[in-house]
Design a protein around this ligand. Structure first.
Ligand code: CO
Length: 137
């Protein structure tokens, strides 16, 4: 069902303050910034081999990422696995009793379709299913 680790999401208070570390110090390939209005975040993507790092900056105080930073500080926010068929993956997980935050896919960065599994079903780790869109980075 899962084909690879798509990306790891890291919550930050400022993209501008954090992009240089990943791009210049770690030498990751910077793939640009995109706003995901549905999740009230701006996302900076970096390619690392076949996976990505996604920095998440809240665009509003009621963004889930703003609440995460308020509670836990900046840091690892979620891990995302790539799936070929997100509807099928959601259906399989639900049939097995997993609790989903998203029972239907929603729009992620770069034309992806995503759904979150509730951390209660995944050892406290917010887990994202991610189906690649037509825009590949
Ligand atoms: Co993500």
């Amino acid at each position: 069902m899962l084909t690879k680790i798509s990306h790891i999401g890291i919550a930050v208070t400022s993209l501008d303050a954090n992009i240089p570390f990943y791009r210049d110090n770690l030498g990751m390939e910077f793939a640009g910034i995109e706003e995901v209005a549905e999740q009230k975040v701006r996302v900076a993507m970096f390619q690392v081999g076949e996976s990505k790092i996604e920095l998440l900056e809240p665009t509003s105080e009621d963004s889930p990422v703003a609440r995460f930073i308020e509670k836990s500080g900046p840091g690892i926010h979620h891990i995302a696995y790539e799936v070929a068929d997100i509807e099928a993956a959601i259906a399989t997980l639900r049939a097995e009793g997993a609790r989903m935050i998203d029972e239907k896919p929603r729009n992620g960065a770069h034309g992806t379709r995503i759904a979150f599994i509730h951390p209660k079903s995944s050892n406290g780790v917010l887990t994202e299913l991610c189906q690649a869109g037509h825009e590949r980075i």
